[in-house]
Design a protein around this ligand. Structure first.
Ligand SMILES: C[S@@+](CC[C@H](N)C(=O)[O-])C[C@H]1O[C@@H](n2cnc3c(N)ncnc32)[C@H](O)[C@@H]1O
Length: 193
């Protein structure tokens, strides 16, 4: 149901432009690889999820992979802080399961409430925890904890392990995975509520 393939050069250029304009917020010069997308789908159990939240969808490569994996009656709430990326996502996808919310991941519950969605079965995040102020990172982790349904999981993919150090006091110990076929290799952390 996604309306465009992730190989569009326009998306790659827009992603790079976003990085050049806001390097700390975007945190990477290229989008995630297909290897990483596939691993995230499996680790987060998206094939059986009903409400999924994506934090930091960027230009939508991961969003497309998540939508492909999700059931027909599921919903994906994509929370993106950049108005430009949010606008591109709205234009890129026609899938009725996707809701794009332009704002900060500090306010997940507000976004779920505005769209009358239940708490999330899975929250996936590629936002760079290592370059944001600690106070914002902790606010986001608390927002994640409040927004997960019992048994739901939070999956963070990162080049560094800041998110694990910050997340443990808020969410408990994480399970750790990795994907070395990504450029650069990425660590994946999963917490279950
Ligand atoms: C590394 S990019 C990930 C893009 C895409 N998910 C991927 O894996 O290719 C990080 C994204 O997080 C967004 N972002 C950063 N801080 C955010 C926040 N507090 N709330 C929501 N999105 C945020 C950035 O604008 C950027 O689109």
């Amino acid at each position: 149901m996604a309306s465009e393939t992730r190989l569009s050069p326009n998306n790659g250029i827009a992603f790079l432009q976003g990085f050049l304009a806001r390097p700390k917020e975007v945190g990477s010069i290229i989008p995630s690889s297909r290897f990483l997308e596939k691993k995230l789908v499996d680790i987060a159990g998206l094939a059986t999820a009903k409400v999924v939240v994506e934090l930091g969808p960027g230009t939508g490569g991961t969003t497309e992979a998540f939508l492909k994996a999700m059931p027909e009656d599921a919903k994906l709430l994509a929370i993106e802080i950049s108005p430009e990326f949010a606008r591109r996502l709205q234009e890129r996808f026609t899938d009725p399961r996707l809701i794009v919310w332009n704002g900060s991941a500090e306010h997940i519950l507000q976004a779920l409430d505005e769209h009358k969605l239940e708490k999330a079965d899975a929250i996936l995040s590629g936002i760079p925890f290592s370059t944001m102020p600690k106070e914002v990172a902790v606010n986001i982790l608390r927002s994640i904890r409040e927004s997960l349904t019992p048994g739901g999981c939070f999956v963070a993919y990162q080049f560094r392990d800041h998110v694990e150090k910050l997340g443990t006091p808020e969410l408990g110990p994480a399970e750790e995975f990795s994907e070395v076929r990504n450029i650069p290799p990425v660590k994946i952390f999963r917490w279950r509520r």
